[in-house]
Design a binder for this molecule. Structure first.
Ligand code: AMP
Length: 516
């Protein structure tokens, strides 16, 4: 027997098994907050949304775009839109009007749902149905369907598209990654299993839901009936406060968010105030390489379990996972953290290999269906059944994948390749460094030379020569920065990725940069 996978299966199980459990604790104090709703109510609202879309004449296969920070509405839309055959287009709310307008136009969305805080800035962006999520204009969308009222059954296939997620895009236009029901389903189940999601977990939505559907965790935790706490914006202390309030046991975050949490925990520790979660919390990190010093602090200062995953929007995203085996506990903390700083071993059903030029290639059931209306881009990304990640890396003898860099960010100095990630990891161990980005800049002798841009820790003196000497004690000399510049902040995407092309611009304006 073959029963088509549908992302609606996750909610269906929750409402059958845990109807009266609190499902989503929405952000308090925002217009139209759902407050706390049970799984029965989440299901009724998801059906209500599908019925409302039906009444608006939005047909199966049509795109419904949403521009919103994390919210119970967003979580409802994962099911109310996709489970009934329409296609959700989650859009990064920090993009500008021109970029969002491009995505809405390119996806051909007939419905655009806009958070009230983005409404004014997005006045120029329209769709056949443009609805502001202020609890007033959108009230009908989220009304609970009465018991027994079901939207039209959708008998679509598992290879139909559940969502189109536009990639962050650096220099080029974002591309629409089509994730099928099968992609989302297999990713969520595999991810949930590797992380050990259980009905006892309380999950906190610190990861933006627009980012690859929150890495698929919103589906996984729903199936297990977990309580889900919505966090609308990132603030380290607020995260700790609400973790304490709700006994949170599981969260996902990019490394920059982890640093915000660690800083807030430092402030609490200095006041001898309780920091929640020791020996209970699992923190899943991805999106950019986590420095080993950050990993060490999560495990020693907070007492939380650090789990790293690696993947891309195109891979739904789970490709590899690094969850420390018990034997690694025999190592000193920094040595253990170094082992954990590797991307990990392939998740169940994923195959990884590296091409002759070092590019990481992957195969799995949750690699995407293709870029929306860009077959030529799809053909460049998937060659002979292998997805080309654009990342460079290698597999250690114990089977762990190491991501050494984005292909475009590898520095070539005097013919030697330098992993900017490795140099950044070393810089993060220096007490004066709060944030670091390492780039290649033009050099007459070496072609490129290594430059570090550093945000200093408040109250610690910045000493360029001292930082260079620190690196030279720890790294091969050709990898060490030849200059270190102090900067106020580093440009990042909304998902925490360093935008190194922006940093490089200043230095490469007048000459082309050689890349591999
Ligand atoms: P996105 O599709 O926006 O999620 O970006 C995917 C990219 O993020 C990958 O190609 C990597 O460059 C980077 N990335 C994700 N997870 C990791 C990780 N654990 N370590 C290093 N880089 C990562």
């Amino acid at each position: 027997m073959r029963v088509a996978f549908n992302v609606g299966d996750f909610l269906r199980r929750a409402v059958e098994v845990y109807p009266d459990r609190p499902a989503v604790v929405d952000e308090p104090g925002v217009p139209g907050s759902f407050g706390t709703i049970t799984y029965r109510q989440l299901d009724a609202r998801a059906r209500g949304l599908a019925l409302a879309l039906e009444a608006m004449g939005v047909g199966v296969g049509e795109r419904v775009a949403i521009v919103s920070p994390n919210a119970a509405r967003f979580q409802t839309a994962f099911f109310g839109v996709s489970a009934y055959g329409r296609v959700l287009v989650p859009i990064n709310y920090r993009l500008n009007a021109e970029e969002i307008g491009y995505i809405v136009g390119h996806s051909g969305a007939s419905v655009l749902l806009v958070d009230p805080e983005s409404d004014a800035a997005l006045r120029s962006v329209g769709a056949a149905h443009r609805i502001v999520l202020d609890g007033d204009h959108d009230a009908e969308l989220w009304a609970e369907a009465p018991p027994g009222h079901h939207p039209r059954e959708w008998d679509g296939g598992e290879d139909d598209t559940a969502s189109i997620n536009y990639t962050s895009g650096t220099t080029a236009r974002p591309k629409g990654v089509q994730l099928t029901h099968r992609n989302c389903w297999v990713n969520a189940v595999t991810f949930g299993w590797h992380v050990g999601v259980s009905e006892q977990d309380v999950f906190m939505h610190t990861l933006p839901m627009f980012h690859c559907n929150g890495w698929g965790m919103p589906y996984a935790v729903t199936a297990m009936g977990c309580r889900q706490v919505v966090v609308r914006r990132i603030d380290g202390e607020e995260i700790l406060r609400r973790m304490e309030e709700h006994d949170v046991s599981l969260l996902c975050a990019a490394p920059a968010v982890v640093n915000a949490i660690l800083d807030a925990a430092d402030v609490r520790a200095a006041r001898a105030q309780y920091v929640p979660g020791a020996s209970v919390v699992r923190l899943v990190v991805a999106g950019a390489p986590p420095p080993s010093r950050t990993i060490e602090r999560v495990e020693t200062d907070l007492g939380w379990e650090f789990i790293q995953i690696y993947g891309l929007t195109e891979t739904s995203p789970l490709l590899t996972i690094n969850r420390a085996p018990v034997v690694w506990d025999d190592n000193p903390p920094l040595t253990k953290a170094r082992l954990q700083s590797r991307a990990g071993v392939p998740a169940l059903g994923v195959r990884i290999r590296t091409a002759s030029d070092g590019e990481v290639l992957a195969r799995s059931n949750h690699v995407f269906a293709g870029y929306w209306q860009q077959p030529e881009e799809t053909a460049k990304a998937v060659v002979d059944g292998w997805f080309h990640t654009g990342d460079e890396g290698y597999v250690d003898p114990d089977g762990y994948l190491v991501i050494s860099d984005r292909k475009k960010d590898v520095i070539i100095t005097g013919g030697e390749n330098v992993s900017s990630v490795e140099v950044e990891d070393c810089l993060y161990q220096h007490p004066a460094v709060a944030e670091a980005a390492v780039i290649g800049v033009p050099d007459e002798k070496w072609g490129e030379t290594v430059k570090a841009l550093v945000v200093a820790r408040p109250g610690v003196a910045f000493d360029e020569a001292g930082i260079i000497a620190f690196c030279r004690d720890r790294l091969a000399h050709f990898k060490c920065p030849t200059s270190v510049e102090l900067v106020e902040s580093l440009p990042r995407t909304a998902t925490g990725k360093l935008q190194k092309f922006k940093l490089r611009q200043r230095y490469w304006d007048t000459q082309p940069r050689r890349t591999r």
